[in-house]
Design a protein around this ligand. Structure first.
Ligand code: ATP
Ligand code: MG
Length: 801
């Protein structure tokens, strides 16, 4: 203590002592004024004083400023090494002595490492300062001392310093006695050398137990074994905990302990730790997302729930803006909104909104998010607490409810509309039904009236053909009394054929549900009556037959059909007549015209023979035309039924003979060979019609045998019939045309240029018909033709028509 005080420089308060270090290294010699603070010396440029030499360390030494008690002055203590206690590589030498610590005195020479030399000076004279800065001399200590001896000042202050030191020692010595904390001093054998009153009070057994007392246990060993001459330890005694700061005072070989009861502090710390642990547990295990932000949005804390949801580690998100964390990357809008929310919260607003956040594996959850500002005592926002409650389930339920609600609403609306519609439909159906009922009633009445007025019988038959019921037709009587058919089967009422056909109709009607139409004939008192039955299904397994007497209608129909046929034939006749006349009349007319013209122009030149020839031609043409017209008229008469049939008793054989002779005159190339039997009984026939018949047959036989030859004319009588044969050996008639030769104006295709009108055989046929006879033919082309006529020999005029 004495030694230290000796080195201190005391100056009057008015004079400020300046401190200098004159350094000489590779860069030369320079004077460095030392500032009023501790400074560092070393090779590194970060040092307050930089020295240049490879032998010096980067941080070589410290110049520690030490305040002198009761003055404004200070001194510098040179310490080897840096602030962290690391020693320099090549050490310090002060005034030729290696050392680790030295309080600098005016003129001290210091060597850093091997070669950096420095000298310390102090002075209160400003001109010394200027000299020092400009001087290149090695050692200026003496010079400075001579001029303004600061040491003299120190020496003058020495007495004062000594007395003040003693006072300070007394004062310092009283400190431990007054100190409220225990202070214990032991020597290196572990024996207690000093206990302050607080130590005696705190550890009453200490003097007895000596080094066995827990507060002293191991103390000496720790000091001796360890290089560390100062340490702090905690000692537990019963329920109490003490903090023991231990110093080894080398000068006196004493170990001094300074003890603080930290039981309370420990308890508080434990309670704090406990509370922190509890808070952590709650913070981390709550189902809510929570965390802390700086007011600028930098994330300080996030609980495990939030981290787990995002599949994140705290390191991923801590100290970064919270909106960059995965949770908020659902969209840039979400991030922007959070940024804005942080800004607002930093201004002191409480923020709360619902937002979709992104979790691990792209799970999206909706959270009820809030930001709470936390203020310090000055009212400034220093933290933001964020919280988020997962409301996805609630949202889903809400959405489902909403959906269900809208669906329900739609269904209610639909149902209401349906009900309304069905009400309207019902109403219109009722109206419609009422209308239909009225219509039905009216139609029933009409039908009944119609049925009653119908001129038909109505029968109901069961499916197996039993008469079930019947309704009479007005103003008619059934051909059968009811007891003869009601309840009986069809085949007991109708002839078998009719019954079978009716039964088939009933079956068909039941099978097809279509109306069946059936006509049948019944004999009633020798008169045939025609009926029409319309059969339709009237009920299950039952048919209704509406039966009408159509005898009259059928008769009319037959008459109409006959009339129609006649008309058709007449029409055909007319067309054939027109065709024939256009041809057959033109030829004779042309002959007449040409002969008449020749006579007119040349008559006066011709002789009588020639004139007669042309006159004869005119007459023949006129006769031909007359014959033609007669034939047409005759046929017309026959067609219209106006040809008279007047049979008279006659000599048939004679008549035929005469006729054959008449015709033989007309030909020289043919011979009519007659084989005529004598008539056995009286014969009555129409001579005129017979003439038509045989003139035509014989003239045809001649005409269609152009090569000449015989024509056979035979007559035999069999029973009451006269049978005539006219046979030739001429052209014959093609087989397919034989049927048509009796039709008027019909000619065979093989006639060539043989003239004719096709009327002869038609007249023959009608004449034979009028006699009640028959005519037939056999013919073979190029062989010949035979006509056979069979006539009853004794016809009466009454039978005609
Ligand atoms: P016309 O009215 O002058 O008698 P036509 O002899 O032609 O004329 P039909 O006597 O009615 O008419 O005879 C009808 C047709 O029958 C004849 O055109 C002819 O083709 C055929 N025919 C009638 N008789 C004979 C016959 N004997 N041999 C061959 N063909 C015949
Ligand atoms: Mg003829």
């Amino acid at each position: 203590m004495q030694r230290e005080l000796n080195s201190m420089v005391l100056t009057s308060p008015s004079t400020k002592v300046q401190h200098f270090l004159v350094v000489e290294d590779e860069q030369g010699k320079r004077t460095i004024p030392l500032m009023d603070s501790t400074c560092s010396i070393g090779r590194d440029l970060s040092n307050s004083i930089v020295i240049h030499s490879p032998s010096s360390s980067r941080q070589h030494a410290l110049l520690m400023r030490v305040t002198m008690p009761d003055t404004d002055s200070h001194m510098f203590r040179l310490i080897d090494g840096n602030l962290q206690g690391k020693r320099s590589k090549n050490g310090l030498t002060v005034n030729g002595q290696a050392c680790t610590s030295h309080d600098l005195k005016h003129g001290d020479e210091v060597i850093f490492g091997h070669d950096v030399r420095a000298r310390y000076y102090m002075t209160n004279n400003i001109s010394d300062v200027h000299y020092l800065e400009s001087c290149a001399s090695e050692d200026v200590t003496g010079f400075l001392s001579n001029l303004h001896n600061p040491m003299q000042t120190l020496t003058t202050a020495d007495e004062m310093l000594t007395s003040s030191n003693e006072a300070a020692i007394v004062r310092l010595a009283s400190f431990p006695e007054l100190f409220s904390n225990p202070i214990i001093e032991v020597n290196l054998t572990g024996r207690i050398t000093y206990l302050n009153p607080a130590a005696q009070a705190q550890f009453p057994k200490l003097r007895d137990e000596q080094s066995k007392h827990p507060i002293l246990t191991g103390l000496v060993a720790l000091i001796c074994n360890d290089n560390d001459k100062f340490f702090v330890r905690e000692v537990e005694i019963g329920n109490q905990v003490f903090e023991q700061s231990v110093h080894f005072i080398a000068e006196s070989d004493l170990i001094r302990s300074y003890i603080v009861d930290i039981t309370e502090r420990k308890l508080t710390e434990a309670a704090l730790q406990d509370s922190e642990r509890r808070f952590r547990a709650i913070f981390n295990q709550t189902f809510q997302f929570s965390g802390l932000l700086k007011p600028d949005g930098t994330l300080l804390e996030a609980n495990q729930t939030a981290l787990d949801f995002g599949g994140l580690q705290l390191e991923d998100v801590i100290d970064r803006p919270v909106w960059l964390a995965r949770w908020w990357t659902t969209s840039t809008d979400t991030q922007k909104r959070l940024k804005a929310a942080v800004l607002e919260a930093a201004r002191g607003q409480f923020i709360r909104y619902e937002v979709a956040v992104l979790g691990a594996r792209d799970v999206v959850a909706t959270i009820d998010f809030s930001l709470k500002p936390v203020r310090d005592d000055n009212g400034d926002v220093v933290l933001l607490i964020f919280e988020g409650r997962d409301i996805s389930d609630r949202k889903q339920v809400e959405a489902a409810l909403q959906q269900a609600h809208s669906e329900l609403e739609v269904r209610v609306q639909q149902r209401t509309a349906e009900l309304k519609q069905s009400n309207e439909q019902l109403r219109s159906e009722i109206v419609e039904r009422q209308r239909a009922e009225a219509a039905l009633q009216s139609s029933v009445a009409t039908n009944r009236a119609l049925i009653n007025a119908m001129p038909d019988w109505m029968f109901r038959f069961s499916a197996d053909g039993i008469f079930v019921n019947y309704k009479d037709a007005p103003n008619t009587t059934l051909p059968l009394p009811t007891e003869e058919f009601l309840g009986k089967p069809l085949d007991q009422v109708f002839p078998q054929d009719t019954a079978t056909s009716l039964m088939n109709c009933i079956k068909n009607a039941l099978g097809s549900h279509e109306m069946q139409l059936f006509e049948y004939e019944l004999d009633h008192d020798g008169n045939p009556l025609m009926f029409e039955a319309r059969i339709a299904v009237s009920a299950e397994n039952e048919v209704m037959a509406v039966i009408r007497d159509i005898t009259e209608r059928k008769r009319y129909e037959d008459d109409i059909r006959t009339a129609l046929n006649k008309e058709r034939e007449l029409n055909e006749l007319k067309s054939r007549f027109v065709a024939m006349t256009s041809h057959e009349f033109r030829t004779p007319l042309a002959t007449i015209l040409s002969s008449a013209e020749l006579l007119e122009h040349y008559g006066h030149k011709w002789d009588d023979t020639r004139k007669l020839k042309h006159l004869n031609q005119i007459q023949q043409s006129v006769e031909h035309m007359t014959g033609l017209l007669n034939d047409v008229l005759l046929l017309g008469k026959a067609e219209s039924g106006n040809l008279a049939f007047k049979p008279i008793p006659m000599q048939l054989t004679e008549f035929c003979k005469g006729l054959a002779e008449e015709l033989q005159i007309t030909t020289k190339t043919h011979e009519i060979v007659c084989r005529l039997q004598d008539q056995p009984a009286e014969t009555r026939m129409d001579e005129k019609l017979l003439r038509h018949i045989f003139t035509n047959l014989l003239s045809n036989a001649i005409k269609y045998s152009p090569q000449g030859g015989t024509v056979d004319f035979d007559l035999v009588f069999e029973d009451n019939y006269a049978i005539f044969n006219v046979q030739d050996h001429g052209l014959g008639i093609p087989q397919s045309e034989c049927d048509r030769v009796f039709n008027s104006f019909n000619r065979a295709s093989n006639v060539g240029n043989i003239s004719g009108t096709g009327l002869g055989l038609a007249i023959v046929k009608r004449s034979v018909d009028l006699h009640g006879g028959e005519i037939s033919l056999t013919s073979q082309e190029k062989v010949g033709t035979t006509f056979t006529v069979q006539l009853p020999i004794n016809q009466r005029v009454e039978q005609d028509g």
